[in-house]
Design a protein around this ligand. Structure first.
Ligand code: COA
Length: 279
């Protein structure tokens, strides 16, 4: 692995290209033109550490170039979580400089997913929180199991979403509901997420949700691939708001300067309630 460190824990993602056989945090399987990606840190509820992000970046580089891959289904290992967020053990030691880099690198990788010319569908089961919800939102569609729970609980840690969540959630569910979800940190269930437009379809089980994603992909595979790529570009063009993402990365970095951020992340790791002081 060619990973370099930036101030201890934030990797320079630019240096990091891995082949799929080198992955340790993501399982890959290709069947009939579909690449199945599974975030595989089940004991940590599939929390995404920086190495997982580096693998995601590498895999999407390869998806673009590999003619045999026509579509991607992204899910989380086990029944309890899709992804319960970015890895708080890494978030807990950010500073203002590397926090901006942390947010920008994640934003860049999620933009690769969003801009992929082949359909990418998230199948979300269980906890889909923080960076996990942001990852799902970067996919072209979201199919949830009935037990899925969505939320942006970063305020509990004294931070805000940093991987594009402030932008994509607002665009998907509207300003009022996005404010409510990001200010309260509340979780919502799959049916409510569907009613808000965050989720396309809900199925009782993970296997049925995967079959639902496969049925959509089968339809798309019968269409003109170039036209599908143009749909991706044009839909994303509606949502282009570069300044919003920059504001998010800057604000994320400012949060990391605060005592509340130290308190929020320490409280999670020490398994206690945080006491915030607004400073
Ligand atoms: N980062 C790092 N570790 C995480 C994690 C995260 N985002 N989410 C869960 N984990 C770890 C827990 O620390 C625990 O590890 P341990 O067994 O070594 O103690 C393990 O995953 C299981 O989680 P646990 O909290 O014991 O499960 P639970 O069923 O009691 O609670 C959640 C589930 C999702 C409510 C809870 O884990 C949680 O609040 N996670 C953080 C969510 C979050 O804030 N995400 C945004 C991060 S930016």
């Amino acid at each position: 692995m060619n990973l370099a460190f930036l101030e201890g824990k934030v990797y320079l993602f630019e240096l990091c290209y891995l082949t799929m056989s080198e992955f340790v945090n993501i399982l890959t399987e290709e069947r009939q033109g579909i690449l199945y990606l599974t975030i595989n840190r089940e004991d940590k509820l599939n929390a995404m550490n920086l190495a997982t992000l580096a693998e995601l970046r590498s895999v999407f580089d390869q998806v673009m170039d590999n003619k045999a891959i026509k579509a991607v289904i992204l899910t989380g290992a086990g029944e309890k979580a899709f992804v319960a967020g970015a890895d708080i053990t890494e978030i807990a030691s950010l500073n203002e400089v590397n926090a901006r880099k942390f947010a920008e690198s994640g934003q860049e990788i999620f933009a690769m997913i969003e801009n992929c010319h082949k359909p990418v569908i998230a199948v979300t089961n269980g906890y889909t929180l923080g960076g996990g919800c942001e990852l799902a939102m970067a996919c072209h569609m979201r199919i949830a199991t009935a037990n899925a729970k969505f939320g942006q609980p970063e305020v509990n840690l004294g931070i805000i979403p940093g991987y594009g969540g402030t932008q994509r959630l607002t665009l998907l569910v509207g300003r009022g509901k996005a404010n409510e979800l990001m200010m309260t940190g509340d979780m919502i269930g799959a049916e409510e997420a569907k009613s808000l437009g965050l989720v396309n379809h809900v199925f009782p089980t993970k296997q049925e949700a995967i079959s639902g994603a496969e049925a959509i992909i089968e339809k798309i595979m019968g269409k003109a691939p170039l036209a599908i790529g143009m749909v991706v570009d044009c839909v994303n063009a509606v949502f282009l708001e570069e300044n919003g993402y920059q504001t998010e990365a800057n604000s994320f970095a400012r949060c990391v300067k605060s005592g509340d951020y130290k308190e929020g992340t320490s409280a999670f790791l020490e398994k206690r309630k945080p006491v915030f002081r607004g400073e």
